[in-house]
Ligand binder design. Structure first.
Ligand code: HEC
Length: 106
């Protein structure tokens, strides 16, 4: 599938990101780059509520949004808005999403 091969390509380009990406790693990335907007109570001054109702505060929420995160962060690079996420962080998130295997079930 396109998503799977895209993730494989991203990961291949970033062999420096070694090993398994833990749930804690994934949460650390979304805490640093997403939850200022994607929280029940965003701290970002432009938002009073989570945009599109996407909250990324817990591991269950990350799992629920994993396909959309793949699309928004890895594929289309729309997210994070106004933030400089490193390529390694994108690759780590992609690797974590891949581990969920969520698209395989579709
Ligand atoms: C500065 C605020 C901000 C940050 C930081 C941010 N987002 Fe968003 N996000 C938005 C806004 C605004 C939208 C709604 C965009 C729209 O209306 O198309 C959105 C939409 C989304 C959507 C839903 C897209 C859709 O079409 O359904 C996802 C998934 C998402 N963001 C993931 C993330 C992830 C993952 C991160 C961190 C890597 C992140 N966002 C960081 C503001 C932000």
């Amino acid at each position: 599938m396109a998503a799977a091969s895209l993730v494989a390509a991203v990961i291949a380009l970033h062999d420096g990101v070694a090993g398994e990406v833990s749930d804690a790693d994934a949460l650390a990335i979304t805490r640093a780059h997403c939850v200022m907007c994607h929280a029940r109570k965003p701290t970002h001054p432009s938002f009073d509520s989570p945009p599109k109702n996407v909250t990324l505060e817990t591991i269950d929420e990350l799992r629920a949004w994993s396909l959309k995160m793949l699309e928004q962060v890895v594929q289309d690079r729309n997210m994070p808005i106004g933030d400089d996420m490193t390529e390694d962080e994108r690759a780590m998130l992609a690797r974590w999403i891949e581990r969920q295997g969520s698209w395989k079930a579709k």
